[in-house]
Write a protein that binds this ligand. Sequence first.
Ligand SMILES: NC(=O)c1ccc[n+]([C@@H]2O[C@H](COP(=O)([O-])OP(=O)(O)OC[C@H]3O[C@@H](n4cnc5c(N)ncnc54)[C@H](OP(=O)(O)O)[C@@H]3O)[C@@H](O)[C@H]2O)c1
Length: 297
Amino acid sequence: MAKLDVNIPDLTLPDGNKIPMIGYGTGTAWYKTDASSPKDKALIDAAKTAIKVGYHHLDGAEVYNTEEELGEAIKESKHPRDKLFVTTKVITHIDDIPAAIDRSLKKLGLDHVDLYLIHAPFFAKGDKHALQQKWADMEQVAASGKAKSIGVSNFGKKDLDAILETAKVRPAINQIEFHPYLQHGDLLAYHKSKDIKVAAYAPLTPVTKAKGGPLDGYLEQLAKKYGVNPGEILLRWCTEQDVVAITTSSKEQRMSDMLRIFTFNLTPKEVEEISTKGNSHHFRAFWNHIFDDNDRT
Ligand SMILES: NC(=O)c1ccc[n+]([C@@H]2O[C@H](COP(=O)([O-])OP(=O)(O)OC[C@H]3O[C@@H](n4cnc5c(N)ncnc54)[C@H](OP(=O)(O)O)[C@@H]3O)[C@@H](O)[C@H]2O)c1
């Protein structure tokens, strides 16, 4: 397959480091429930293909039980380490973050990650001191050089406010479920006001788990206009708003097609129209046991 020749732009994080605007995920579809199950060769091959196709931002987490596969793919790809941006997250061993990062690095076969995230704030059950303490541990990880940038995931305003009260290093980014059917009210504006960047996971939800919603027709229309697929319109809708898109695929053609998002722009009116139509519907794909059915925050 011919390689699409696109330049993937970076987003500059508040600490000055640069994160590529699209990331290849090794969770959800790749998630292994059993940590001791054998390595998933399909994931190693897919991640190697993703790197070859042009994805140099790779998203992992200890809870996915796929860090070894990601590490193997990185090694086998022979891609220069300094040209890759590798993220992992802590939650399973949140009790001991210093040990958790060491365990993750060992599985990844790396001496540092580019971004280390607290996977979710829910362990703290609203206790702000618990969040502040864990954030201080994250700052230690950054100081040790084992993570170039540190951030959070699935944090709401209250959680962020809590850690900002005592943070010496502000979270560089918050990775959240983000798509037109879950825009979290004014959460993007809040992040801008605090100089925290946003990454979107499950950005394709309106064409996957929530297909059949009010955006279907408009996404088709825009896809036709730009000669792409409706999913690519959703990814572009993220990047137009300076939101990093974290997606995944098992298919080389789809991986390559998705990079076409860097070959066209949506107009501001189209971005707004997607947001408005999307806001008329609510769908949350993850963490439904934590949030009420109608909670759009
Ligand atoms: N921080 C968190 O709590 C959190 C939570 C969830 C995910 N994540 C991260 O985000 C990454 C991406 O999450 P996600 O998989 O939910 O993202 P997504 O980009 O919304 O969905 C990707 C999935 O959609 C499928 N797909 C793509 N286009 C499709 C189409 N037109 N019709 C049907 N299926 C289609 C792909 O399957 P094919 O193989 O068929 O292409 C792939 O499995 C994860 O791997 C993980 O790294 C983080």
